[in-house]
Write a protein that binds this ligand. Sequence first.
Ligand SMILES: [Zn+2]
Length: 378
Amino acid sequence: MFELLQTDSTSKARRGRLTTAHGVVDTPVFMPVGTQGSVKALDPRELEEMGTQIILANTYHLSIRPGIEIIRGAGGLHRFINWPHPILTDSGGFQVFSLAKIRKIKSHGVEFRSHLDGALLFLGPKEAMEIQRAFGSDIAMVFDECPPHTSTPREFRSAVERTIRWAKECREQPRAPGQLVFGIVQGGAQAALRAECARAIVAMNFDGYAIGGVSVGEPEREIFKAVELTEPFLPADLPRYAMGLGTPAQLVELVARGIDMFDCVLPTRVARNGTAFTNKGTVSVKAGFNKADFRPIEEGCACFACRQFSRAYLRHLLNVNEILGLRMVSVHNSHLYLKLMADIRAHLAAGTFGEFRREFVANYVPSRRVLSARDAER
Ligand SMILES: [Zn+2]
């Protein structure tokens, strides 16, 4: 199922190949986020053209709308959204704890009111796995509790205990044919809790492991710390996934810390504010200094937007609220994330990842505004 092809001599970075029911995924990999069954503003043909191997879809949102029966009726999620390649579904745990209004945590899940119409709903390990089974995703995630980074030690502990108990319940549920299931490690930035949670989850023999609770508004050093505290406990021969991260430079640093899989709303999220990623940081396409700049967003970028259009034209489109403007910035940003991962894989194969990492991170200037946008929506 997972083949570890190569390890880096200068860091913990790895190159691998993950085989799923709908195809092979080369790692390290970035998974564009299709929360509602669509990667915002992009169509499947565009995603294929930029080299997307796998996308993420969201159990919480899709089970509320259009609902499990519609997706089952369509013949599963791949057919419903017309994406024949691999799909990973998250379990809905993150949204239940972040979006839902008025929740009551019970022993077998969470009773909550829909963030849309207030309807009383229940989601737990059994329900989350049943929905993901009906969707027929290639990789299903266990139902976990993801506490905010400001939680007390006692809250972190009870979240870990619940996460372990629920993972065990998820493990016992039936799966869709060929469906892989990944366990999730919680525990904040506390060494003992991360170790305890990782040991218990790994003992359940999942197909891969995710590090959860790492994109919840905490500063970057805490993200890296949580990953560094968890990674040593994860089996080397299985895929590792850091949930909900990050900026391009963070992805490079997380690959160097032994992570294989990523998802993040940033590329499409900031595109809708007219912000573009480049290999040196972000740029506001809308800004006045682009008014008469007839160069592409990034020189040398092979994406459709950069091959066809100038900054001046894209700025104009954004200023007059033409849909094409935000679509093209979404194309560029998503392309940049996917190209970055392809470059990382090529450098790992060539044995030059160490140099690439040093140069990329040194040239990349992080933006505080972008970091806060990451936390605004997921
Ligand atoms: Zn581009």
